[in-house]
Design a protein around this ligand. Sequence first.
Ligand code: FEO
Length: 389
Amino acid sequence: MDKTISNDIIYIGCDDNEITQFEGQYMLEDGMCYNSYVILDDKIAIMDTIDDRCGDRWLANLNEALNGRTPDYLIVQHMEPDHSSLVAETLKKYPNIKVVMSSAANKMLALYFSEVDFSANVKIVKEGDTLSLGKHTLQFATAPMVHWPEVIVTYDSQSKVLFSADGFGKFGVYDSEPDDWACEARRYYFNICGKYGAQVQALLKKASNFDIQTICPLHGPILKGEMLSEAIRLYTIWSAYDVESDGVFIAYCTMHGNTGKAAEALADILRQKGAKKVSISNLCEEDWAEGVEDAFKYGKLVLAAPTYDGGLFPKMVDFIHHLKIKNYQKRRVAFVENGSWAPQAVRIMREMFADFKDVEICETSATIRGALKNSDLVALNALADEILK
Ligand code: FEO
């Protein structure tokens, strides 16, 4: 597993194999990595700390990288605790260290470390400021809302490295397989940064002014070569809310299997009618965050849900809420409902989508009453025609 950056930029991050959910909500199959780096020069800079869940291992990695030297700077690019929870401990260990951060990050210090006085140590940087370490000169760029307001990214012109904070991160432990990157990076992007497409585009514009050969994010593998080009290509699509892949995503909820059968029947019809790709997910059993990812990946979305307590099945309410808060847009959407005596789900889904920006709602919908019957296929065919048109 290659974590080489250069002779004088050392990876000191850690894999957290124990964590099962990131931010208390995103499922992790094998854990999460928190990246951190040390730049060894005349002066030494630590690029972010990590989550204190792995504090002992990080301190050991730091000690090994320092090889007896004392760090001069701790660059805090992002104050979220998965990166900053060891800031006070680093200050305690190195009382003369300068903590380099944005003014917005400085205001957050007291929120997390109310007992610690950082005033003699903090060095505020703003857009375009530089910091010379010797051969390496660090240039700072603000990246507000990628993913919090205080975020900065750091460009090292000597090594052509962009330290990108949460940008270009992914869920999971550290790995460097290109085929693996996009899937978990996409799920991470839309669920963590999806709301902030405009801000990510602003960061991409700034980054285009730098000659970047390596991206060092705070999660996931270090990106170089083809992997780096592919990551920038995908970020350009994702941040513009453009369609990455021609296809239909069907997300359904089902109580006794009948709405699920209708969703599967619709998937078959769509395939028969020539849909390039049909992806389908049962939101009652599968990861809803992967559902959010697929909703953004494809250009067309079908939501199928039962009516429940005179309203919409709660897991579908929740899923639509997630799409809303992640700025879901530029897509065509259709609905399928089930209801044994008073179907309401389509009406409510239409109402929930009424204020979505730039979403085309299909006029056609399908109503299933209880079990799927042959007579229902007429409506599903009509819906398939409209979603594919
Ligand atoms: Fe990886 Fe926004 O924290």
